[in-house]
Design a protein around this ligand. Sequence first.
Ligand SMILES: Nc1ncnc2c1ncn2[C@@H]1O[C@H](COP(=O)(O)OP(=O)(O)OP(=O)(O)O)[C@@H](O)[C@H]1O
Ligand SMILES: [Mg+2]
Length: 305
Amino acid sequence: MSDADEPMADPSHELADQDRPAAAEAPPLAGRIPRATGRTVPDAPEEIVINVADVAIYYGSFCAVGGLTVQFGRREITALIGPSGCGKSTALRAFNRMNDLIPGARLTGSVSYRGQDLYGPRVDPITVRRRIGMVFQKPNPFPKSIYDNVAYGPRVTGMKVPNMDDVVEEALTSAALWDEVKDKLRQHAFGLSGGQQQRLCIARTIAVRPDVVLMDEPCSALDPISTAKIEYMMTELADEYTIIIVTHNMQQAARISDRTAFFTTEVDDATGRRSGLMVEFDRTAKIFSTPSDQRTEDYISGKFG
Ligand SMILES: Nc1ncnc2c1ncn2[C@@H]1O[C@H](COP(=O)(O)OP(=O)(O)OP(=O)(O)O)[C@@H](O)[C@H]1O
Ligand SMILES: [Mg+2]
């Protein structure tokens, strides 16, 4: 194990064994507006956790998505919305270096995490993915017990925990699943319903105490009751975490997110290929009432997409 692989203790946010540059300066607080859940949303994030500047992501020579300039704030929920194929998942995977696992995928521009270049040469992608966890569209519990699913991350990352039972209970409580599973923690995870499995995957992700949670359409396979539970849980988690969620459900984006980035697809005149483009990023209330860009307006009013 190299130094860079060493698990980090909270509250350190370092991604490698190097001195961390100063965190981004918080912008001034102005023009706060309430969000649906009653929290207030300042003009710009008070504390930027991930700063994305002029990013484009390619698969080989194909530019899947470009124009990405967005700031993800601490304790905020940011939704990424837009039609199928516009590059939402591609963008999300870039925020914890999951695209590294796809041969031919590459990125231009800059992504920084708490002032560190996420793609810097000394940064360890495994550490990145522990700090910036991901929940996928389809629940993917491990073929283990409920307990072992949640304990897995703390065990493999060598987290020093005084009592694993407490860690498991806390993560399952945060994922709004504890009451449903507390009497069957040793049962196999595959015996849970789809909605429960997804909440288990969220518990598994947060058990290693990440700083940021990325979610790619986490409710798309779920019924409305499970969806409501996960939405409620996300707004609770946002008291502690930075959450970035891809969703096709615009009501969901409007209900739970503080900020929204809208993506679209455009045909490249030179190649004739359809590429994704981030069009607009703003407070969710603004995007859904008075967006700045006509393409956003057309999408949210149902004229397109
Ligand atoms: N592994 C890959 N290799 C090559 N091209 C890819 C790969 N993954 C995605 N793409 C292409 O990149 C573009 C963006 O795909 P992506 O999955 O990010 O879109 P999306 O907005 O998440 O779509 P959806 O809403 O359907 O999930 C698409 O043109 C897609 O075909
Ligand atoms: Mg997708």
